[in-house]
Design a protein around this ligand. Structure first.
Ligand SMILES: *Cc1c(COP(=O)(O)O)cnc(C)c1O
Length: 254
């Protein structure tokens, strides 16, 4: 897997951070290591260095550590619970963080998410599109969204099945406040390179098809795929954004 061995856990916890978590030095080392692995995968794919943006999945990560990661150059952060985003974003409002919402979004939580997130990566149903559009339209603004697709077909995962996606895009024209910047998926729960890459390739091909079909308000520049365990494979299959949590922040506290 492109020389990437995943996060190391040894000796990584500092006493000076409330609630534990990696020290600043450890965070710097892991961030550098992930960035290096990104560039290596880009090179292996014949794509330019930095071909995929790094988004840090910061669920369960305290603001103090997010701030440190920011000081080390990270700008994109992803949260997957509206309440957690609402609690953490104000504490970090002095930073130019671009928040992405990457979890399942209930329509009754849309308000909180719209207040903080620049991108909603988990658009997976028309009722959510309608609620987002309704509020955005009232505020006279638009929002960048990605459509979440369940390419692996695993029943525990959210997202549209690939078959449903073209009809979904046809319906989205009714919600012009939404600009569909890309597709998002979670890779299959598998360690097998062929299986995982096949799923990522399916998302890439779906994106190509949708682009050809040419839906309005859907420039589809982005493919958000790949997490700590599989982001180099995602980059080999065309990811433009990888969502990495544990490889940088360490295992999540319960
Ligand atoms: C937590 C999370 C990630 C990151 O997962 P890691 O395995 O910690 O890298 C990526 N995407 C989503 C949607 C997540 O919830």
């Amino acid at each position: 897997m492109t020389g990437w061995e995943g996060p190391t856990e040894k000796g990584s916890f500092a006493d000076d951070v409330v609630g534990g978590g990696p020290s600043r030095e450890e965070l710097a080392r892991r961030l550098a290591s992930v960035r290096e692995a990104i560039d290596e995968a880009c090179q292996k794919a014949g794509r330019p260095a930095g071909c995929a943006k790094l988004l840090l999945a910061s669920k369960n990560v305290p603001p103090v550590q997010i701030r440190t990661a920011y000081e080390l150059g990270a700008r994109l952060f992803g949260e997957n619970r509206a309440q957690e985003l609402r609690a953490k974003a104000p504490a970090l409002a002095d930073l130019a963080i671009e928040w992405h919402f990457i979890g399942h979004l209930q329509t009754n939580k849309v308000r909180d998410v719209l207040r903080h997130a620049a991108v909603v990566e988990s658009l997976d149903r028309l009722a959510l599109a309608e609620e987002l559009h309704r509020r955005l339209h009232r505020e006279g603004r638009s929002l960048d969204v990605y459509v979440e697709v369940n390419v692996s077909g695993e029943p525990t995962k959210h997202g549209l099945s690939p078959d449903e996606v073209p009809a979904f895009f046809a319906q989205l024209v009714r919600y012009p406040a939404l600009v569909v910047r890309g597709l998002m998926t979670l890779g299959p729960n598998s360690e097998d390179e062929v299986t995982v890459r096949r799923a990522f390739r399916a998302l890439y091909e779906l994106r190509e098809r949708l682009r050809q079909e040419g839906y309005p308000n859907a420039p589809l520049e982005e493919l958000s795929m790949g997490m700590s365990r599989d982001f180099p494979w995602a980059i080999l299959e065309g990811a433009t954004l990888v969502r990495v949590g544990t490889a940088v922040f360490g295992p999540r506290l319960p």
